[in-house]
Design a protein around this ligand. Sequence first.
Ligand SMILES: NC(=O)C1=CN([C@@H]2O[C@H](COP(=O)(O)OP(=O)(O)OC[C@H]3O[C@@H](n4cnc5c(N)ncnc54)[C@H](O)[C@@H]3O)[C@@H](O)[C@H]2O)C=CC1
Ligand SMILES: NCC(=O)COP(=O)(O)O
Length: 324
Amino acid sequence: MTRRPAPVIISCGEPAGIGPEIAVRAWEALKSDVNMVWMGDTRHLPAGSVFQTITDLAEASDVVQNALPVLHHPFASAITPGIPDPRNAKGVIDVIAACVGLVQTGQACALCTAPIHKKALMDGAGFAHPGHTEYLSDLGGGGRAIMMLASEQLRVVPTTIHIALEDVPHALTPDLLRETIEITARALHDQFGIAKPRLAVAGLNPHAGEGGAMGRQELEWIADLIDQMGGEGHDLRGPLPADTMFHAAARAGYDAAIAMYHDQALIPIKTLDFDRGVNVTLGLPFVRTSPDHGTAFDIAGKGLANPSSMIEALKLAAKMARAG
Ligand SMILES: NC(=O)C1=CN([C@@H]2O[C@H](COP(=O)(O)OP(=O)(O)OC[C@H]3O[C@@H](n4cnc5c(N)ncnc54)[C@H](O)[C@@H]3O)[C@@H](O)[C@H]2O)C=CC1
Ligand SMILES: NCC(=O)COP(=O)(O)O
């Protein structure tokens, strides 16, 4: 039997969502190529799933071609697809932490998270984080973690992430934007093999402020910071009007777009490539990827969920882990 590299560990995410079914479908597609283990409650896997429980991740490589290797983590209750049970919220949070432990101890090579329902976790278990990205930052030691959504057509990085739109102008500071640019450029170089990453930076306001007529942050500091960092050796352009920086010809001019807030970044990539986009967290001391979509309660348990984004997320996790 050929030994494979340490597995990618998949956290189950919200079990009442599509996470369990896309994990099984992704295993079916990748079982010959990617060593993987799913962590969650076996009761939450779709009926008829081909899986085998293991107790040690080293067993996965002998199992994965024939069955999805599963580390069983007992949850409080079974599930009704589409309806999160508050009693299961703690299990979802604990599985993410346990998976991080497995990556940090080298038993898994990377983490691939199935989607969580943030509000269900907040309501059910007082989850103190607005998303995985912020939780993983804490689990990884508290350094800044950055969200990047990546597909073949586009990479985007929101500088502010899960905050209300009205809070964005206050949260957006020169230090935050500088750090976002630095972490993104370093990750593109070190983890994506881009020798001299070209970054396009969006403005905050319509038309990048239109010379101060539609907002002043661009004039007051964003343009200066971009100039300054350009002088330090970064390949930067901007601030660019966000509405005209995502068409095909514009995208050809950069390796990643730095956006100012969540929707400015995620709307273009989910419009271009919803099925194949991958969420990658940059700045962590371990590899973490995720599909770009959420829990999709409206279709959970109906056999309608498309596993393509999960498949891409697993492939990218394994590739990034191999790259070191
Ligand atoms: N990484 C994560 O944990 C993420 C979690 N979420 C969470 O998911 C929850 C629901 O978010 P929504 O905004 O409703 O987005 P969503 O992505 O769950 O669903 C949006 C629409 O896309 C469809 N859809 C999503 N994934 C699909 C798939 N694989 N195949 C076929 N159709 C699919 C859904 O059926 C729905 O109509 C929220 O709590 C949100 O915070 C959202 C994005 C990422
Ligand atoms: N919209 C993307 C998203 O919410 C994913 O967040 P995270 O859970 O990966 O931090």
